[in-house]
Every structure is written in structure tokens, then in C-alpha cells.
Design a protein around this ligand. Sequence first.
Ligand code: HEC
Ligand SMILES: [Cu+2]
Length: 479
Amino acid sequence: MPNLNPGLLIPLLLLGACDRAEDATATARPGTERQRAVEPDVTSTPDRVLQAELSKPPMVPAIAPRDKPARVVVNLEVTEVEREVAPGVRYTLWTFGGEVPGKMIRVRQGDVVELHLMNHPDSKMPHNIDLHAVTGPGGGAEGTFTAPGKQTEIVFRAKNPGVYVYHCATAPVPMHVANGMYGLIIVEPPGGFGWADREYYVMQGELYTTGKYHEQGLQQFDMEKGIDEKPTYVLFNGAEGSLVGDRAIRAKTGETVRIFVGNGGPNLTSSFHVIGEIFDRVWTEGGSKVQENVQTTLIPAGGAAIVEFKVEVPGTYAIVDHSLFRAFNKGAVGQLIVTGPPVPEIYKSTHTDKPYTGTATTIAKAPPAAPPADLGKATYTKVCAACHQPEGQGVPGAFPPLAGSDYLANASSEKLAAHVVHGLQGEIKVNGTPYNGVMPPMGFLSDEEIAAALTFVGTAWGNQHVPVTTADVAKARTK
Ligand code: HEC
Ligand SMILES: [Cu+2]
């Protein structure tokens, strides 16, 4: 067949236009519409259906040279797993593919990506995926809201080349991201990024734990520290030491190293730096422009970059966030170990290699924000509706309804307040249907906000609960 690229693209653009016009009038979910519209193109190239090989960090999937787009099938499983995140410190991470950052996806510009998101039956929470490489509503999040034990599918065309963050976008979104739900997808430009001897995958992210830095044992997520943007840990690849010693990334002198660096955030911007190296080339912000001779590159939360450099002098190079307290006191250190003969014409020294040790830090608390006018409804809309839905109707199998809930009707005001302050988990029944999810503690809300939200919920949608008072909330806080 002659060069397929333009031929393939034109009908697709037309289909894309029809698709949008249809969406404006139809009530069907956009994900389904998009998928149907893209289909004819892909079935016309059945010989080019490929199964994507995803890689565990710090490895990067290889990509075979290809002159035509293909349909690439990506299977990504979400699991919630307890892991060691620092020596003696455990945390329940929410993961894409069992890894933090999530398994890396690599496709080519123009490929049609068929992404299946599977949520493991043991998960407690629903999850979804927003890929920044997607052109479409929510980056795919709307089409991939997946309850535990379910799977969903989206199909998208990878239109723009570069390296892109993907992340969970299920409410409360920053909590899902802080728990580890972020990763990178590479959309390879037609000519690739050029030759490199080694490619690695490094991603920064924050952890917010109720305990202090290095407090031992299983730690819980601390919403308040998240809101204050004061992480307990700032980490590369999900755990302190995940790129150190035996697990450091490696190269030999004379080789070119390319690192795809992402920042999951959810809050901080990374000042990414390799101590003792200069980035020969940086694809700033993961885009198409190459900057040269860079010491430190900024990587925003939800952003990425590609850094590339030739290693010339043997030794151990620390990879840091140059906001240095994060490196020395919160875990943001990795290592690149370069082996080879000494190169005295570039650098001469007696080699010393000192470990980094951290010390505990105390985190200041931010003052609470001023309350808005219609407090009950505003709080519900801002905090509760993400899970319980705007009309209190809930999500089957995931979030119980509040509208017409017999559980709510029969619970005392103090009990309801306690659920919001301390969270709620373990099986409960609402109108005869069992639910076994996790409502996170929301004690970061003020007594006034909690009382107003519960009073709103207790009297909206035909509910007839007595008002919940700030005294009820204050009492619940002491328990
Ligand atoms: C992150 C999602 C999430 C958010 C946000 C959330 N809830 Fe819940 N809520 C749940 C889950 C899950 C359950 C069921 C817990 C279980 O199975 O034990 C629940 C249960 C409840 C119940 C008892 C069950 C029922 O249907 O009557 C009430 C009342 C409730 N939530 C009120 C609220 C209020 C008020 C807010 C806002 C201040 C809120 N929730 C915010 C997830 C959430
Ligand atoms: Cu999630």
C-alpha cells in the first residue's frame, strides 16, 4: 500500500467532526461515541493491532520502528497495595499496574490507543484515568470511572508527540494522586528522540502521612497536610531509596543517558537536577522544543520533561529536587552510578561517597479558610458531591445514596458528625444494599461546615433528619 499517513488521517478528521456534532445532540456517553467513530479506521488495519508492553519504573518500554500508525491495546490494572515507602514506614499505595509511578506506556504519534482500565476486586475505591496525552473530555476520566471488580475502556488517537503525565481523577482527586496514582505515557514523534544508550523512567511525587517523617509503622493519609501543601515525604519512584545503591540507575562512561522525568505532585513543582552533570539537551515540559546546556529544569505538578546527557566521568551522581530540604529531609534523592576508567582531562579527585541522612521536620498548620455564604450546600458541592453525586443519588457499588437513605434517617446527629470527622469504613447497609467502601476522614472541615453540610443533606431530596448542630460535631471530635 502507498504511504498511508495522509489517507488515514483525513477520514479520521472527518469522523472526528461528525463525532463532535453527534455528541452535541445525543445523550450517550462521549467515551462510547468517540470509540465507535474511531473504529472504522482501526478495523481497516487489523494487521496492525499491537499489545503494548508496559514497563516497571525505572525502566522504559522499547519501541519498534514503525512508519504507520497502529491500534495499540493497553491493559492497565489498578491495585491498592501496602508497601514500605521508607525504612520501617508502610503506606497503602493506590497504583496503576502495582507500581508507583504507574507502569510506563509508550506509543507512536498517530496511534489509536485502546486502553482497558481494570480495577482489582480487592480495591476499596473506584478509580479512573486522565491521560494528558488524550484530546477529549477529562483526558479519558469520564469514560474510565471504574468501581472495584469492574473494567472500562476508552479509545483515543495520540495526536501530539511528547511525554505526558497520566493520573487518577476520581474524587477526591488530590488524594488519589497523593496515594500514588500517576505515571507517564510517551508519544513518540515520527523520528523518535534520537539515539540514547540508556533510557530511564523517574517520577517525583509527594506523600502526606499522619505521622512525622520516618515515624514507624503503617501510616494514614493526612488530608490536612495535603491542603497545606506540606508533604511529609517527597520521593522519586514511590519510595525513599528506590533509586539508591543496588537500585540506582546505571551507565558506562561515554554513554548517553536519557531520563523521562515526570512530576505527579499533587502540589509541588520540582527543580530537577543531577548533581555533577549538565543536561546536554532538555525537552522542556515534555514538549517539542529542545533547550541545551541546562543545570536544573523545572517540572510542574502534572508535567514532565526529557533530560539527556552524555556521562563522561565515573562516579555516583545524586539525582535531586534542588529545593534541597526535600532531598535531605524528605527523601527526594536518587543515584546514577557511572562506571568506567578515570578521565583526568575532565575531572580529577579522590572519590568520596557520602550517604544522605534525614532528620525529622515539624509541619506548621495553616489557618482554616473563611466560610462561604450558603455553607451547607457549598460544602456539600465542594466536598461530598464528588462521591455521593450532585443530587445525593450515589454511585451503585461504590458510594451509597444520601437521598432517601434509611441509614441516614436512623442515625443520630452525633453519629453522622462522627462519620464525617473520623471517616467511615466497614460494611454498612443503605436501603437494603450493602456497601463496603472507605469514606475518608474530613476533620479538616470546620465544625460549622460539617454541621451545615449534614443539615443540608438531612433535609434535601425529601430527607427529614433533624438539624445537625456544631455542638454535635464538637462532641464527635472528642470521641
Ligand atoms: C471520597 C468519597 C466520599 C466523600 C468525599 C464523602 N463520602 Fe460519605 N461515604 C462514602 C462512602 C464510600 C460511604 C460508605 C462507607 C462504608 O461503606 O462504610 C459513605 C457513607 C456516608 C454516609 C452513610 C451512608 C448513607 O448513605 O447514608 C453518610 C451520611 C455520608 N457518607 C455523608 C457524607 C457527607 C456529609 C460528606 C461530605 C462532608 C461525605 N459523605 C463525603 C464516600 C464519601
Ligand atoms: Cu484513584
